[in-house]
Design a protein around this ligand. Structure first.
Ligand code: FAD
Ligand code: NAD
Length: 472
């Protein structure tokens, strides 16, 4: 390969007066947020991305899965048209236009992010980077190899779907999540392996498109770690839709079935499931291999994640890690916030008054039907720690808007401190839960009281009225 040596050196000054060249490896939510903030604060920033600016886990998983779920949601809504006073209609999937919808959104976001980086004067390199020393790295790209010297660096290389050694995805019938947006052939039936957040979203996605779905659940209920009441609501919905739940089973092999052209999944308890497709949703692995972390003296844990302190600093004080690779909460929203906090730290802003990143206050949502969202302290967590809490729960069916929407499913639950009224957490199950949780998330972050919610003049008719009622 043609080798170009292009050494970049510091020109900017951070707030504490140190000249700073900031190298970022990985252009996902963590990387591009850190890049734009640090550049805005005056750093000279270089960002290296090997696949897609915007992030592979973000643009090849998070965004397309939500796009497909939105289309599936439109299909399942069309099955309830009669309840809206309309004649029933039966839409069909148009794979070509669905593919171009998914790709169109991906390209638009990718372009927006590149323009944003460009507008902040960030140097973008398309290539694969690796450390060659504590202050040097190399990036291999279409223009050859570039050597980069840096004063501070951020590793934000994300994660990829975990592929176990007992299965070889073929991108046709045995799929990883990234083969599903949409799959080459649309499944008549599909077995989803793994019942974490990804698994249940894929069950919802394929069943709303009309596929017959089986779910291999390694524990006794879906969504381990989530509020059991919330997981129960989802399981009831799955069962009502005809989803087959194989509880307490772990998949051991997935093979092509020569007779049917489909697949056979065998579980460790002897159960066997046949379907036209299977998809692995058994978690992710961090992208830390081949990064030259040893050369930079950066340590990883036994699973390949990079341990960091509360400022996202690794064991090397000038090297940071953020996003999935840091082994913290693997969410795009968290990755972005970590990236922003890293930029502030690298430019010395942590010495002035600032808010620490608190992972316990991260809101998250599961894009199923019903939608599920939560933030802060969970009821089960409070009970297990013996903490006194006040729990108020209001079903959406009490609001006029739920009936107008022809969808009275779900509820709002707010958890507060009985002595002070401070909002500690909450969960929402039902339509627009991912949007509505923002009110509780703001209350949790800003230490607001339940009275701050119920004394706000909210819109009528709206689902948020259930929030105000739960706060009262
Ligand atoms: C199916 C699925 C659905 C999800 N849905 C949601 C959701 O709804 N909401 C949510 O908040 N989160 C969601 N997530 C999680 C979210 O996608 C990730 O937490 C987020 O993308 C992590 O951001 P990141 O910046 O760490 O990594 P990424 O987005 O993966 O970006 C890292 C980038 O680094 C690049 N890279 C890797 N190695 C190198 C190298 N050596 N040199 C140069 N570049 C390199 C990669 O190409 C990649 O583009 C979902 C995840 C999955 C799997
Ligand atoms: N809407 C969202 O925000 C969203 C969507 C998807 C993922 N995510 C993020 O990604 C994280 C990871 O979620 P995930 O679901 O991809 O992974 P996960 O690790 O949380 O869940 C994987 C599940 O697969 C099970 N499993 C492993 N091997 C198995 C086998 N052989 N057979 C059957 N089951 C098996 C595990 O026991 C586990 O329950 C989430 O915690 C979340 O932070 C977020």
């Amino acid at each position: 390969m043609n080798t170009v040596t292009n050494t970049t050196r510091a020109t900017a000054r951070s707030l504490d007066g140190v000249s700073l060249h900031f190298l970022i490896i990985g252009g996902g939510p963590a990387g591009y947020q850190a890049a734009t903030y640090a550049a805005r604060l005056g750093a000279k920033v270089t960002i290296v991305e090997r696949d897609v600016f915007g992030g592979a886990a973000n643009l090849w998983d998070c965004i397309p899965s939500k796009t497909m779920i939105a289309t599936g949601g439109a299909m399942s809504f069309s099955r309830r048209l009669q309840g809206m006073g309309l004649a029933q209609a039966a839409p069909e999937v148009d794979i070509e236009s669905l593919t171009s919808r998914v790709q169109g959104i991906q390209h638009e976001l990718n372009d927006d992010i590149k323009q944003l980086l460009q507008s902040q004067g960030v140097t973008m390199i398309n290539g694969t980077a690796r450390f060659t020393g504590p202050n040097t790295a190399e990036a291999d790209g279409p223009d050859g190899t570039r050597t980069i010297e840096f004063d501070a660096a951020l590793v934000s290389t994300g994660s990829r779907p975990r592929i176990p050694d007992w299965c070889s995805p073929d991108g046709d019938r045995i799929l990883t999540t990234r083969d599903c947006y949409p799959p080459k052939s649309f499944p008549e039936s599909i077995t989803v392996i793994g019942s974490g957040v990804t698994g249940v979203e894929f069950v919802h996605m394929f069943s709303s498109f009309g596929a017959e779905v089986a779910l291999v659940v390694s524990r006794q209920h879906v969504l381990p770690g989530k509020d059991p009441e919330v997981a129960g609501v989802l399981e009831d919905d799955f069962i009502a839709r005809g989803v087959k739940l194989l509880k307490g089973a772990r998949a051991e092999t997935i093979e092509r079935d020569d007779e049917t052209g489909g697949v056979v999944v065998r579980c460790d308890d002897g159960r066997v499931v046949r379907s036209s497709h299977a998809v692995l949703a058994i978690g992710s692995v961090p992208n830390t291999d081949g990064l030259g972390l040893d050369a930079a003296g950066v340590e990883t844990d036994d699973w390949g994640y990079i341990p960091v302190n509360h400022h996202c600093v690794t064991n090397q004080r000038h090297i940071y890690a953020a996003g999935d690779v840091s082994g913290k909460l693997p969410l795009a929203s968290v990755a972005s916030m970590q990236g922003r906090k890293v930029a502030e730290h690298v430019m010395g802003l942590h010495t002035v008054e600032h808010r620490h990143l608190d992972y316990d206050k991260a809101a998250s949502a599961i894009f199923t039907e019903p939608e599920i969202a939560d933030v802060g302290l969970a009821e089960a967590e409070a009970f297990s720690s013996g903490r006194k809490i006040r729990v108020t729960k209001v079903p959406f069916a009490t609001t006029a808007k739920a009936h107008i929407n022809n969808d009275p499913r779900g509820f709002v639950k707010i958890i507060s401190d009985p002595a002070t009224g401070v909002v500690l957490g909450g969960s929402i199950v039902g339509r627009h839960a991912a949007e509505l949780i923002s009110v509780i998330a703001l209350a949790v972050t800003a230490n607001l009281k339940v009275s701050d919610i119920y004394e706000s003049l909210l819109v009528h008719p709206a689902l948020s009225e259930a929030l105000a009622e739960a706060a009262e």
